[in-house]
Design a protein around this ligand. Structure first.
Ligand code: NAG
Ligand code: NAG
Ligand code: NAG
Ligand code: NAG
Ligand code: NAG
Ligand code: NAG
Ligand code: NAG
Ligand code: NAG
Ligand code: NAG
Ligand code: NAG
Ligand code: NAG
Length: 860
């Protein structure tokens, strides 16, 4: 990294050694002289020069000390700067050099300053960490701005963009300084760099066009620009011509551009509208700054009349503060004293005051890195401030009062105006349009039509696709937050070839029963698995007798049992009630009678003993009941025997060890990863495995015992077993594999969204619904001799019989009760007559008696 400068330094030292002998020292200017090396051909240097001159004036007014400034124009040439430094030190006897603004110049000047033990205050805002160790006399008087990369990452993260194209100026300071920090910041927020595009400082228009064209052809629409002002202006003008400053594009600029955005003339700024940027922040409300601002405007226009705009920026205030620091330190360290360089350096490093750019305080030869940035949006002839970002608090609309403290700029800052004067945030990548839909590869002919089917209607390319995988993909895309047009394209070849096609961008994606396999991840990216991942063994099934203790209950459902019991007892009760008067057996104590009742109830089910009945009513009830009971018992017997002959399905082989011991052949569904898995992981011999390409082939091979078992991915196995539910069964453990996923090219912008949409569908239960629908479509094939195997008989099939017997018994009961009542009534009425008669008789008798008595009374 620094071998080249070393070499340059070596030759330079040689030249300077000879050169310096010819210089006559100018003793008279030695005292209180400060050397300045700036590049006055650029705006940055111009601002710095004017600011430093103002600083010298202000020092004089404030501290009653005058200093000479020896300003040398480096013309942005590092060698020039080196000569200038030598000259300043040897000829002008400057006590300190306030320095170059680019790292390339600063290195050489620092090296010379270090040899002469003259403090060099560099104004470079991106200095590597090792510089302080290498050049003890170098002081970084401009804070490092590396943290702005975190702000940029936070902006990108805020809008959920996942990829970014980076255009940077190919200088040593960007490659060594800012780019690694950008990498780090982007990695932390999970943002990928789509292209990293270095532009040489003197890039030709044609090669810039080429690069921009490449970006335009690509998918990524978020472009980060880290270029110096002239190069950035050139780039944006080109981009504007190529219609890349339009809707859907996002341009983000670093402070290399934004710190000078106020200086751009109206004609140039019109080509860079709606750029957002990160700008170094310094407080502008202080009265000191207001004074400086006034002086600066006056002086700047007189010194550089060619400049359109005379506002001071961060580079001006930094230069002002650097000169102030030096002068203050020189006064404090008594600069007249000879050989006081070390003392001066120490005093500079001990400086502590409030400068125009903020607090000036050095730790380890440098200012604390800049941690607050302004977020700006270029608009009209200038820009507007959207808010601020600081390392500690994140985004906030303002720095005073209540800090909003948000990690996303989405709702915490002023709304952004995006390119194309749009208020809706761009998606960040080239969205497929109706004219250019996504081209989705689909494998030609999979094993299960329910999973994926390519249906050729006629000849040529006229086909339709369908099945679970397609339905799910449709649903996933519909569930996205935006409209995504796509079309399917059939691919004739192996799955690995299909994956390669996606890799080489012949397809934008692939959908099908494509397994997520590590070797494929080298070329493409998969979404979340959309099926249950795993590999299972399917083997032929045999039937086994079930032997459960409660099997005898099985022929009837519980309600059937209850209804039968209730009907039985009811019928028994009716017969008992009717027959009670005729048979002596049915009398006795209540307990005895209940026993008899239950006995009658149940014995009728199994034997006929109608001859014992005496009443026609009970006979009627019993005959109907006997008929019903006959039907029920016969049904029970028949169903029980059918249940006993039906056997449960059972796997013939339950583990792979059995297969390996018997050296059996096993099959697998075509697809390259399975063969390797069977051989490498499950330890099958290479010539014991065989591939098949259709469900019928597997079934046939299993039936003919060509293979003993077949290994299938879980979703395929489920379909297979659903289709041949009488013959084959899943056995043994599930081996962990990747499952099926949708395939996208590496770094596709769609993947995060598709991942999210898929997870959302599975959380909402839609995935399961779809899978059940697919399995239901699969009709069970094979022998269906015992289709209604072992189903229990329920009341619904017999309700007519129950109503018949229940009705008959009830009729008998009613007739009997009515009959009894009438008898009772007869008996009752007879009793009443008798009673009435006796009452009347008694009355008449008593009349007679009273008559006799009254007559006797009269008589007496
Ligand atoms: C010495 O300094 C004086 C005053 O700044 C200047 O006029 C003169 O040209 C300088 N001489 C040389 C040889 O640099
Ligand atoms: C400034 O310094 C000079 C001597 O260097 C002194 O005569 C003069 O009084 C000072 N003026 C003020 C305002 O301190
Ligand atoms: C504006 O600035 C650009 C580049 O700095 C320059 O090429 C152009 O001539 C300027 N336009 C005007 C009108 O000054
Ligand atoms: C200037 O603004 C800063 C915050 O931005 C604040 O802390 C300070 O008090 C303000 N100073 C004046 C003089 O308004
Ligand atoms: C801002 O949020 C961070 C964590 O998100 C917290 O540590 C910090 O204290 C907050 N600051 C303020 C001023 O609320
Ligand atoms: C899936 O989407 C494609 C394209 O939008 C359409 O042609 C096809 O009919 C859809 N299939 C189903 C099953 O919805
Ligand atoms: C897919 O296979 C069918 C026959 O299985 C064939 O007719 C058709 O041409 C194939 N499609 C492609 C794109 O190769
Ligand atoms: C598709 O592939 C099969 C074999 O995999 C081949 O027989 C057939 O010709 C191919 N069809 C086309 C159109 O390439
Ligand atoms: C999408 O999901 C897959 C599987 O979980 C994961 O490997 C991949 O990294 C995810 N992609 C993104 C961009 O989140
Ligand atoms: C299928 O097996 C044959 C040998 O039996 C082999 O040549 C072929 O490559 C296999 N196909 C796949 C897709 O694994
Ligand atoms: C799925 O997405 C929809 C729409 O974005 C949302 O309303 C719903 O809450 C999400 N469901 C889950 C489980 O996250």
């Amino acid at each position: 990294m620094d071998t080249l400068p070393d070499l340059v330094l070596f030759f330079l030292s040689l030249i300077l050694l000879t050169f310096s002998h010819n210089v006559v020292a100018n003793e008279s200017t030695g005292a209180g002289a400060v050397g300045v090396i700036v590049d006055q051909s650029c705006r940055r240097g111009k601002e710095a020069k004017v600011a430093m001159e103002i600083a010298i004036q202000d020092v004089y007014h404030n501290m009653n000390h005058s200093f000479h400034l020896h300003i040398i124009n480096s013309q942005s040439n590092p060698i020039h700067s080196a000569f200038a430094a030598k000259d300043l030190i040897n000829t002008h006897k400057v006590q300190a050099i306030v320095g170059p603004q680019t790292w390339e110049e600063a290195q050489l000047v620092a090296d010379i300053g270090n040899q002469a033990r003259v403090p060099v205050l560099s104004l470079v805002d991106a200095t590597p960490r090792w510089a302080a160790d290498r050049w003890p006399f170098m002081v970084q008087a401009a804070p490092n701005n590396f943290i702005q990369m975190k702000a940029i990452a936070a902006i990108i993260d805020s809008w959920e963009w996942h990829r970014v194209t980076v255009i940077y100026e190919d200088t040593e300071s960007s490659t060594a300084g800012i780019i690694p920090h950008l990498y780090d910041a982007l990695r932390e927020s999970g943002v990928e760099i789509a292209h990293l595009l270095p532009l040489p400082p003197l890039v030709s228009s044609s090669s810039m066009n080429e690069e921009l064209e490449r970006i335009k052809q690509g998918q990524c629409r978020v472009i980060l620009v880290h270029l110096s002002l002239p190069l950035a202006i050139k780039l944006f003008e080109r981009a504007k011509e190529m219609e890349m400053m339009h809707k859907d594009y996002v341009w983000i600029a670093t402070d290399a551009f934004t710190n000078l955005v106020h200086s751009i003339n109206a004609s140039s700024i019109s080509s860079m509208q709606e750029i957002i940027g990160v700008k170094s922040y310094f407080p502008k409300n202080e009265s000191r700054f207001q004074d400086f601002y006034k002086q600066f405007r006056e002086r700047f226009i007189s010194e550089f009349p060619e400049e359109d705009n005379r506002e001071p920026g961060i580079y001006a205030v930094q230069a002002y503060d650097a000169v102030w620091t030096v002068c203050q330190a020189m006064i404090e360290s008594d600069y007249q004293e000879d050989g006081g360089h070390q003392k001066l350096l120490d005093t500079i490093l001990d400086s502590k005051f409030q400068g125009l750019s903020g607090k000036i305080e050095f730790t380890g030869q440098k200012l604390a890195p800049m941690s607050t940035f302004q977020i700006i949006n270029v608009m009209g002839k200038s820009y507007r401030t959207l808010g601020y970002w600081s390392d500690a608090f994140g985004f906030s609309k303002s720095l005073v009062g209540k800090v909003s403290n948000s990690s996303s700029m989405k709702n915490s800052l002023v709304p952004v105006l995006w390119p194309g004067s749009s208020l809706t945030p761009p998606r960040g990548w080239a969205v497929p349009t109706k004219a250019h839909p996504l081209k989705i590869g689909v494998p030609n002919g999979t094993t299960f039509q329910e999973f994926l089917v390519v249906d050729y209607k006629g000849s040529g390319n006229d086909f339709s696709v369908g099945g679970y995988a397609i339905d799910l993909f449709n649903l996933t895309v519909q569930n996205l937050q935006y409209y995504l047009p796509y079309k399917f394209d059939c691919f004739n070849g192996t799955y690995d070839q299909l994956v390669q096609q996606v890799h080489s961008k012949n397809f934008d994606a692939a959908v099908g029963d494509i397994s997520i396999v590590s070797s494929r991840l080298e070329y493409v990216e998969f979404t979340h698995p959309y099926t249950q991942p795993g590999l299972v063994m399917v083997v032929p099934a045999r039937r086994s007798r079930s032997n459960k203790a409660w099997l005898f209950m099985k022929p009837f459902t519980n309600s059937m049992w209850i209804i039968t019991g209730v009907t039985t007892i009811y019928n028994g009760f009716v017969v008992w009630l009717i027959e009670r008067n005729h048979s002596s057996e049915l009398r006795g104590s209540p307990l005895n009678q209940i026993g008899t009742l239950i006995w009658i109830s149940f014995s009728t089910l199994f034997s006929l003993h109608g001859e014992k009945l005496h009443s026609n009513l009970s006979r009627m009830a019993l005959v109907v009941w006997l008929f019903v009971a006959l039907v029920i018992t016969q049904t029970y017997t028949a169903n029980l025997s059918s249940i006993l002959t039906v056997k449960k399905l059972e796997a013939t082989i339950t583990n792979i060890e059995t297969l390996q011991r018997s050296n059996a052949m096993v099959g697998y569904c075509r697809g390259s990863y399975l063969a390797r898995y069977l051989v490498d992981v499950l330890d099958f011999k290479n010539n014991n495995i065989r591939n098949f390409s259709s469900a019928n082939n597997y079934a046939e091979a299993l039936r003919t015992r060509e293979i003993e078992a077949i290994f299938l991915d879980v979703p395929i196995a489920k379909l297979f077993v659903a289709k041949y539910c009488k013959e084959f069964i899943i056995a043994g453990p599930t081996y962990k594999t990747g499952g099926f996923g949708f395939v996208f090219p590496k770094g596709s912008e769609l993947i995060p969204d598709i991942n999210k949409s898929l997870l959302n569908l599975s959380e909402e239960g839609k995935l399961r619904e779809l899978e059940n629908k697919m399995l239901e479509k699969e009709k069970c094939e094979g022998d269906d001799e015992d289709d209604q195997e072992g189903s229990s008989i329920s009341v619904t099939s017999y309700w007519v019989l129950f109503i018949l017997t229940g009705g008959t018994s009830t009729v008998a009961l009613v007739v009997y009760v009515v009959h009894c009542c009438r008898k009772l009534e007869d008996a009752m009425s007879q009793t009443t007559w008798k009673l009435m008669f006796s009452v009347i008789k008694h009355y008449q008798l008593s009349r007679k008696v009273s008559d006799v008595e009254s007559s006797t009374n009269l008589q007496s």
